[in-house]
Design a protein around this ligand. Sequence first.
Ligand code: ATR
Length: 270
Amino acid sequence: MTDRYCVFGNPINHSKSPLIHEEFAQQTQQPITYTAELAPVDGFAQAWQHFVAIGGRGANVTVPFKGDAFALCDTLSHRAKRAQAVNTLIVGGNGRTYGDTTDGVGLVRDLGYHRVPIKDKRVLVVGAGGAVRGVLEPLLVEQPRELVVVNRTADKAAQLVRDFADLGNLKGGGFDAVEGQFDLVINGTSASLSGDLPPLPDKLFTQHAWAYDMMYGAEPTVFLQWAGPRGAKLLDGLGMLVEQAAESFFLWRNVRPETAAVRSQLRQSL
Ligand code: ATR
C-alpha cells in the first residue's frame, strides 16, 4: 500500500521537497507519495488533521508553520523541544502526532559531507531567529571550542545564550560581540532575502575558514559574495535542505537514503 506524505507551507509552490522525497523513494523503493500542500496561514492544525483523515502518515513543515506544528504535537523529540519548532510530523500507531526537527541535524550532516571541521573550532552564527534556534543544539553537540551567536537585535542572541549555554561554550549578543577570527561562519539570517549584509568585520576568517549560508539560490547569496573575496571557502544551504529531508525520510521509513545524486539534481534545477 502507498503511504502519503507531504510538505505544508505558505507559500509552497516553489518547494523542492517533493522532488527530493520522490528521488529518495525511488532510490530506496519505498511505496510513498509526497505532495506539496498549501495550508491557510491561520489554519495549519485543520490542514494537518484533514491530511491525517485522508490517510496521511507524516509531513514536513516549512515557513510559516514550524511553531504551529510544535504546538499541536502530542509528543515531541528532545531536540524539537529545544528548538521550539517542528519540521517533521509523524502519525503514531495510536493516531497521536509525534513532532521532531531535522534542520539542525541537516546542517551538521551537510558540514560533515563537505568535511568542514567543527570540533575544537571557533564558530560564529549570525542571526537569532527560528532558523538559528533550530541548529544550535546539534552544532554544540559537535563540541566547537567556542560558539558565538550574534544578532541585529542583541536581546534575542542573549536569550539563545541563556537557553543553550548548558550544552557548550556559547557566547553572544549584538554585532559588537564579534571579536577575533573564526574557522566557520554560518549566516542564519534572512538578510540576503532583502539583499542586505549583516555588518561583519573584514578580517573575520582564519586561514582555512568556511562561510556557510543557510539560504541558497541560483546565484551565491550576498553573504557568500562578501565572504569569497575575504578568503573563505563557500557553502550554501542546499545541502542542508537535502540532509534534513533525508533525516525526515529516515524517521518515517527507517531507511536512510543517499544524498549525493539528489544534491546534484537539485543544483541543476535552480
Ligand atoms: P527565521 O525563521 O528564518 O530565522 P526569523 O525568526 O524572522 O526567521 O529571523 C530572521 C533573522 O534574520 C533574525 O535573526 C533577524 O534579525 P532580528 O532578530 O534583529 O530581526 C535577521 N535579519 C533579517 N533581516 C536582517 C537584516 N536586514 N540585517 C540583519 N539581520 C537581519
